[in-house]
Design a binder for this molecule. Sequence first.
Ligand SMILES: NC(=O)c1ccc[n+]([C@@H]2O[C@H](COP(=O)([O-])OP(=O)(O)OC[C@H]3O[C@@H](n4cnc5c(N)ncnc54)[C@H](O)[C@@H]3O)[C@@H](O)[C@H]2O)c1
Ligand SMILES: [Fe+2]
Length: 392
Amino acid sequence: MWDFTSPRKVIFGEDALEYLSELCFENVFIVTDPTIKTMHLEKILAQLGDSKVTVFDKVSGEPSLDTVKDGACSMIEAKPDVIIALGGGSVLDSAKGMFPIYSQPDILIDGLSPFEVLDMRKKTNCILINIPTTSGTGADVTWAIVLTDLSEGTPRKISLANRELVADITILDPVLTKTMTPRLIAGTGMDAMCHAIDGYLSTWRNDFSDALSLHAFKLLWNNLPIAFEQAKVGEVDFAIREKLHNSATMAGWGFGNSQIILSHSLAHTIGAVFKIPHSVCIGAMCWYSLMFNQNYESERICDLAKLVGYTGTAGEIVTNFVSSFKELLLNLELPLSLLEMKVTEEEFQSNLEDLIAFAENDSGTLSNPRSIAHDDFITIFKCVFEGKDIDF
Ligand SMILES: NC(=O)c1ccc[n+]([C@@H]2O[C@H](COP(=O)([O-])OP(=O)(O)OC[C@H]3O[C@@H](n4cnc5c(N)ncnc54)[C@H](O)[C@@H]3O)[C@@H](O)[C@H]2O)c1
Ligand SMILES: [Fe+2]
């Protein structure tokens, strides 16, 4: 038996933010970061009438457990009846981490299990509304949280999951993405594309996640390069931005109800150890993951490639698709290797053992279509460091 978890409502399209004015809240708690506060908070406040509003704006990129605990303390004091998370994946994950602590202050958040009954809504009479500002993580609809644990020597990314963490309402308004830089569009768009690919290739895939992953992949492949080129010359085409924004959420829905694979095990690990933002490293890690898995999941990789116009024998399609994927990364001006991400040989060698240990324990390794041995990880990480093809 399996189940598909999703928010109660997804509001989308230009002016979707106006939906907030149709709701009636007494006490609103907004979680955001300093950049988004400056750029977009006013647009939310304008929809909230005379509700009491508390703003927690201390979220930083790749948020830590400490940030979540800090925000939860303010939340407990404010006693909101709605939490609004306004920002990229870092903000959304932080708010999703604060809500269980608000409902149960003595909970050990880093030990949160998928099987725990939290009853957060009943205990607090509060709901969660997610408003993503990147076309990106899909964290607005997933039941996972990715946080950085700084309590031990080497920073480590931990993924926590519980179905109650899924938002009640997600609001997708492409107007919020107008301020994204070309670099952010490229990186977060590749994160979404990687979610679509992972969701389709993971061993936990199912009919429902397949449908979402495939359509999201097609929309992202066709629209991301255009949005990036337009943004470089200061152009914003809202029809294209809307496709990206919707498909990032669809991809989140897909992988959130399937799983991630090797790409994310690698990205989580190097992201935490070398402090590289997820959006900067995930595209390249998806390319390594495709190379490692290509002979084990060729039929499914072919499905993806055919959807965006590749023809020929199965072998030709897979080879051409994987090499076009690398081209896409180059066109989006994203780095391909740890060297290009400014990691030195010394830093790499001194952290190699931790990298392998963390990647082996990441949930993406468990659901990767090809099993990954310890020695495979050594070779994979060496390729990732130098930017070399994986050919075994
Ligand atoms: N929970 C999940 O299912 C899931 C899935 C994938 C990634 N993640 C996590 O999400 C985090 C990354 O999120 P992200 O890639 O969205 O980036 P982010 O939230 O870290 O934001 C990156 C930067 O972009 C800025 N930004 C955000 N929206 C903007 C906008 N519209 N205009 C201008 N600047 C904007 C932010 O202020 C920040 O400085 C990582 O911690 C990653 O591990 C979670
Ligand atoms: Fe991701």
